[in-house]
Design a binder for this molecule. Structure first.
Ligand code: C5P
Length: 408
């Protein structure tokens, strides 16, 4: 797990969303993160230190003059050796104070005194992330927007805010992200940006080829591997478009999703989106055949047997790989036997630089996968892991191959 063993200072400022910070602390601790919570005075009015202390197993800090730290310098020591400060929720007032380099309470002083790589005398790097939470009018106020722009220019990473219903009853931008989203964003923050500046297009999931208005041909692909890869590409800094067959999975954060039903629609969406893509990863289990006719009305029961005529679907991946300015194309080979022969055969016949092979019994529908990568240099097995971890391994391999291509 990306966050295991990390040390995070979780700053909490005064806002209703402070209750989500308690859940975030719990998720982080569960993932093996050491969490030191720092509350502002206003935050402690919403959620008390006892809650955070119980959740993190660590002392909770809020007073600049706290003498519990042996050095007496909590404002320095808490960020030395920490991997990041995450302030969630970050109120409008806190952002304003951060912009001005204020140091009039423990949390602002910690942020100001955090070590930054490359700065004289810095013994480490403690990046600052903030998850804004405020009323929509406060968020959209030019003063806040000026502050936000300045914080981004100063190297602060903002997570959110989201749009939605607010505690005050109004609706709009300003809601803090949910704890699970902040957890995912923090994990993504620590991923190497191997695909920064790249545009990635993926297909994922099964296709559904209609036979009549209520029946069709499909397969058992869950879409989980494709969605995990879309997330891993986004985490690696790419701009990601995901063309998804019928699955009910949540869209990975920051990914543009286009939903389709059948192979023809998937092909259409891919052809529309492929222009300008650097990488195309075809993870979808596209139906090889579709019913020659889709009946307008429900087919009625009749004869003892019936024959359905099937016609071949277009091979989307082969078509994209054959384009004159083809992106770097990655195929998947899900086989039930002879993995190496079939995967390498697919790589050659579709003229792909990389094929990801897996045995269906290892991955189909489940949360884990065990894959072998086939490229011009041979086979490389990735260790069996959950699909997101496998996806990160595939992204690292793609980035390395693209890097080598670029050098020639
Ligand atoms: O030839 P086969 O279907 O086994 O190839 C699998 C690979 O080709 C996968 O990457 C899949 O997404 C892609 N494919 C496609 N369009 C099809 C069939 C497969 O893009 N019609």
């Amino acid at each position: 797990m990306v966050l295991t063993g990390k040390s995070i200072v979780l700053g909490v400022t005064g806002g209703v969303a402070a209750y989500k910070a308690a859940e975030l602390a719990r998720l982080l601790v569960k993932a093996g993160v050491r969490v030191n919570v720092v509350l502002t005075e206003a935050a402690a009015r919403f959620v008390g230190p006892a809650t955070f202390q119980a959740l993190t197993g660590q002392p909770v800090w809020s007073d600049l003059w706290d003498q519990r730290m042996p050095s007496g310098m909590a404002h320095i020591d808490l960020t030395r050796g920490a991997d990041a400060i995450l302030v969630a929720p970050a109120s409008a007032d806190f952002l304003a104070r951060l912009v001005h380099g204020r140091a009039d309470d423990l949390l602002t002083t910690l942020c100001l005194a955090r070590p930054r790589a490359g700065v004289d005398g810095a013994t480490g790097d403690c990046p600052l992330l903030a998850a804004p939470a405020m009323n929509v009018q406060m968020w959209q106020n030019p003063a806040t927007q000026r502050n936000v722009a300045q914080l981004i220019a100063d190297g602060v990473t903002l997570l959110g805010p989201a749009c939605g219903e607010q505690a005050c009853g109004e609706t709009g931008l300003g809601r803090m992200l949910e704890a699970a989203e902040l957890f995912d964003d923090l994990a993504a923050f620590f991923q190497p940006k191997r695909l920064a500046g790249k545009r990635v297009l993926l297909t994922a999931g099964p296709t559904y080829e209609p036979l009549d208005p209520v029946r069709g041909l499909t397969n058992l692909s869950s879409g989980k591997m494709g969605f995990a890869l879309a997330r891993a590409c986004a985490e690696a800094g790419a701009a990601v478009t995901l063309v998804a067959g019928p699955v009910s999975l949540a869209t990975p954060r920051g990914v543009k999703r286009i939903d389709v039903q059948n192979a023809a629609e998937m092909r259409g969406a891919v052809l529309q989106a492929v222009e300008g893509s650097d990488i195309f990863i075809a993870v979808a289990a596209v139906a090889d055949y579709r019913p020659a006719q889709a009946a307008t009305h429900k087919i009625k029961k009749g004869a003892a047997a019936m024959t359905i005529e099937l016609v071949a679907n277009p091979d989307i991946l082969a078509e994209i790989a054959a384009r004159p300015q083809a992106p770097f194309c990655v195929g998947f080979a899900a086989e039930s036997q002879n993995l190496a022969d079939y995967a390498e055969g697919k790589r050659m016949s579709k003229k792909l630089p990389l094929v990801v092979g897996n045995l269906v019994q290892d991955g189909l529908g489940g949360d884990r996968n065990s894959v072998v990568l086939f490229d011009a240099n041979g086979q490389h097995a990735l260790p069996p892991a959950d699909k997101l971890e496998v996806a990160r391994g595939i992204v690292a391999h793609i980035a390395a191959l693209i890097g080598k291509q670029g050098k020639h």
